[in-house]
Design a protein around this ligand. Sequence first.
Ligand SMILES: NC(=O)c1ccc[n+]([C@@H]2O[C@H](COP(=O)([O-])OP(=O)(O)OC[C@H]3O[C@@H](n4cnc5c(N)ncnc54)[C@H](OP(=O)(O)O)[C@@H]3O)[C@@H](O)[C@H]2O)c1
Length: 304
Amino acid sequence: MPTRRSARPRRPPAPRKRSTRTRPKANRPSVVIVGFGRMGGALALGLQRAGWPVSVFPRSGASLRRAVELGIPIADHDALRDAQVCLFAVPDAAVSTVASQMVLDLGLSTALVHCAGSLDLRVFGDSPIVARRMRGSFHPLVAVSDPRDALQGHAAAIAATGRPLLATLRRMADDLSLLPIEVPEAGRAAYHAGAVLAAGGLVALLSAAVDAFAEAGVPADDALRALVPLSRSALRGVQERGLARGLTGPVPRGDLPVVRAHLAALPPEIGALYRQLSLRALALCGGQLTAETQSALERLLRTP
Ligand SMILES: NC(=O)c1ccc[n+]([C@@H]2O[C@H](COP(=O)([O-])OP(=O)(O)OC[C@H]3O[C@@H](n4cnc5c(N)ncnc54)[C@H](OP(=O)(O)O)[C@@H]3O)[C@@H](O)[C@H]2O)c1
């Protein structure tokens, strides 16, 4: 945490405007969320709706006001001390520092849990005050760009140093209607790279598709209005039929002339991306084509 900004929550302003709070469920552990940004906000709102006793520990006055506005209680010293789980929803690079500063205000058995897909559990360090606690990770596989974005219907990767915390995180996922998946600690970087490809990578890919439409003279706004539903229909196919059977386009049809025309029409940078992705598509559907068509497509795609 930067030294010039206080870690203490400020006095809450004005009365709450609205609350999503439901009656607390029995046997749900108390949670304090440190950081009230996009993910901290979405988790706080979701847990509150699910009846978990949750409070938040924002840093700036703006975050504090947003929490009050959304009806989320601000953690006081008792809440910090009594919390069974402390969720760190701060930028990945700040998790280690913020956790080591906060740990002194938390109860001796408060579990430390981060939300970062890229970090393993070593990020909490191995000082005695940390090592005797359970540590975990709860990484919702959702692109959250506003605290009011819904979490339900997605997955969450969970990890913990002990079974009791793993059970708590599984219950948290269940109550948020997130599908819990366990990711081995050693595979964390590859796991996160996959998640980035499916979210930010998809956005980057769409930007290449928009540029291809621009080559054809279609304005970017029209392109996005047409391409986003198209991507959605492709994802629906994959969700309902799996990767290979969800695949459409000239590669699974074995249509060499169309692929050749595409490569000739695209600027070099997008053409290179098209070749890479088409080779992946060929690997998915190659078994359905004749050996001759498959190798002709492969030659075409590998020849710059
Ligand atoms: N957003 C997503 O789609 C998403 C998805 C999966 C996982 N995550 C994970 O969730 C975590 C939070 O990401 P986010 O997207 O919610 O980020 P964010 O919107 O930028 O929010 C981060 C929050 O952390 C606070 N903060 C920043 N630096 C801090 C510091 N040094 N000490 C204390 N608080 C600090 C900020 O407080 P102020 O606003 O008060 O300055 C802000 O409210 C990250 O680990 C990220 O990898 C995010």
